[in-house]
Design a protein around this ligand. Sequence first.
Ligand code: ADP
Ligand code: MG
Ligand code: MG
Length: 883
Amino acid sequence: TKWVYSFGKGIAEGGAKMRNLLGGKGANLAEMSSIGLPVPPGFTITTEVCTYYYQNGETYPPELAAEVAEGLKAVEAIVGTKLGDAVNPLLVSVRSGARVSMPGMMDTVLNLGLNDETVEGLAKASGDARFAYDSYRRFIQMYSDVVLGVDHHDFEDLLELKKDLRGVSQDTELTADDLKELIGEYKKTVEDALGKPFPQDVQDQLWGAVGAVFSSWQTHRAVVYRKLHDIPEEWGTAVNVQAMVFGNMGSDCATGVAFTRDPSTGDNRFYGEYLVNAQGEDVVAGIRTPQNLTIVGKDMQHSTLPAMEEVMPVVFKQLDEVRETLEKHYRDMQDIEFTVQKDKLFMLQTRSGKRTGKAAIKIACDMVDEGLIDKQTAVSRIEPQSLDQILHPMLDPDADRKVIGTGLPASPGAASGQVVFSADEAEKRAQNGDRVMLVRIETSPEDIHGMHAAEGILTTRGGMTSHAAVVARGMGRPCVAGAGDIAIDYKAGTFTVGGVTITEGDWITIDGAAGQVIEGRVPTVQPELSGDFGRIMEWADEIRDLGVRANAETPDDVRTARDFGAEGIGLARTEHMFFDGDRITAVREMILAETEEGRRAALKKILPMQKADFVELFTIMKGLPVTVRLLDPPLHEFLPRETVEFDEVAAAIGVSVEKVRRRAAQLHESNPMLGHRGCRLLNSYPEICEMQARAIFEAAIEAAETTGEPTHVEVMVPLVGIRKELDLLKDVIDRVAKQVGQEKGVEPVYTVGTMIELPRAALQAGVIAESAAFFSFGTNDLTQTTLGISRDDAGAFLGAYEKRGIIEQDPFQTLDVDGVGELISIAKERGRATRPDLKVGICGEHGGDPKSIDFCQTVGLDYISCSPFRVPIARLAAAQAAI
Ligand code: ADP
Ligand code: MG
Ligand code: MG
């Protein structure tokens, strides 16, 4: 095995296609190098070394040392300096790089190779002692923090103290001698903290940093991030060692980050930030407020300082050409990092840029129009989950907003939440069901869990490419960043802006598209779904094989589903129609009645209400298929619980409260989910089925009269495990259909089918299909019954199971393909063997989950059904599954 890949000087051993082996950063450094872009030379230690490292008790392959030495030699030959050379030292950066960019990994160490001796060499060779000491100071601080685990605050305090002592405010005002002194203090801090001196041997430094990168793969932060983003642990990270270039050698030097298109709106304009005379992560960390790259659009940005276009026109032009080269080469929007050393441009990174859902759609459509990509590529580029951001409500433009502050429009969407000032607090409160707004001066990878728990994020420092902005866009959380007028007092738990003080727990609203911070809560409206979004959806519909339906029954939800392009209703739950207002009393009356007569009397009251609901539903769906599920939940959900409820029911039925209580106690079940529910309830009380069938068919005929389209009903019987359960109910349904047909003079058009949500049903599918015209996999129950895990109790151990690697994902969110999935494919096969035209769909939560949708495509289901808001996501995911 080859463990190390070199790049530099117009050539490279690796390339963009090798991202699994070299990590994203390494693969793209190699690629940029081989297409002739100015990349400082370096080498990549592969992800396979990381795997080896963890499989072999944290040791390296024996050949690694020699391969690294060789890689280093190649770099030294290109640059003409040597690592550790006292006269002309080579400095390198050590950078982590997994397959996908991953916050939580080790921070980059810059200026490695400096020690008490080489710093003097650097001072002489560069003719700039201040620069040399500044680099050494930075190196000790970074290396100690990142590799040795000495808190960086210790160093920052010393730096502040030094500045105070000298009466200066900027780092750059400290002299070479000041810095030299500071270095002494830094080294002492390290020695005090660790009991041994800062490593002077450059090889120790190098291997220390390499080891730290590999170790960082297992830090809490990295593990959390991987879990959130479904990144397998086996991937591992690569390590990149690269010759340093210096953006901090004077005013003809700079460092910056940019997107080849606007990552927030998708507009085709060069978009970025840079700092003159600065190094490395100064831009991202938000230490100094960065300047804009271009003059155009400056009004939309925050900095009033001159743009790079004005300050360094020649280098800017070069950078602009690189932008074009990269977009043509990668055919995608790129996120780049660069450094200018004495008017010479160097590229340090490129990758596909993270973007908002809105930007993803615009960029995909624009690139189709520009001839860079085809429609299929456009559809496959958009992360289905990211649609969430644009499907979700925006602030009502007509509502009053009391804007108390503004910042950068870092990630669009609007959100209201109760202010919290720490990630831990955000997580804690969100777990209690609160909606929180995370307010921070700036965020760091340690805050990821809190950002995830929050409705939105507000920071007072940092630009559009700051940590908060990038992560928020990636997560689809609205974010306002760099709201500099806001003063946060963490200790007091307040922030103040323009005379207004907001205390922890107060509600605020942010508008991530406008960069506004608003006091209180603001009502929201639905977004406009046309234009580019419509084009992408149209292309997705052309590509996909799976039908997409919605799980909906209330008029509002059904309308939303239609607006979002649902082709039918895959699940209309009728129990919702039992809970509303006065109905529940009639339902309780029915449940608690001891005789059929008593039940029929109660059902009579329910019939017109239920029928009216169906008329509304069928009318909105206007001839599109609607699957109506008969009553499903366990009895106990309907039982009275409080005294008033007992009183009401007793009065309604005209019996004593005591009697009602006794009956309720009789009906109590110890395991209701596996109890008297679904077709069991309907078979015990067929009159319920009768009433529901009548409501459905009468409504179907009425709705057809209004819409002019025949209503297309699919009557679905839940929780069938034994064919006879279905047959008996089907007889009732058919009989009622005939009766209604005779009464109205119109034959209802309908089919009868069943849910498959018990393992027995899946196995007996061949037999059940003799009676059922369709199957709908109720994957929530099927997951519960297959795994024997109650959804309501799973929380107690699923977390630990995921942590210990027993399961990879929550099976209630992403389908357990191996177990539940196998039952689904068995059922489909056996069902279709009996009835070739059997219609097969899925209606659990999984119907809206892109990974599960991919499985549905593989098995060859006819349609998926999900909640209304997820319909566009499902359409897109279905298209991607078909590609
Ligand atoms: P991250 O993954 O956090 O972006 P990087 O490895 O890209 O970390 O490093 C962060 C920054 O450090 C880069 O954007 C660049 O400015 C600086 N940097 C890294 N390597 C070098 C180098 N060889 N020369 C100069 N600056 C570098
Ligand atoms: Mg980093
Ligand atoms: Mg980077």
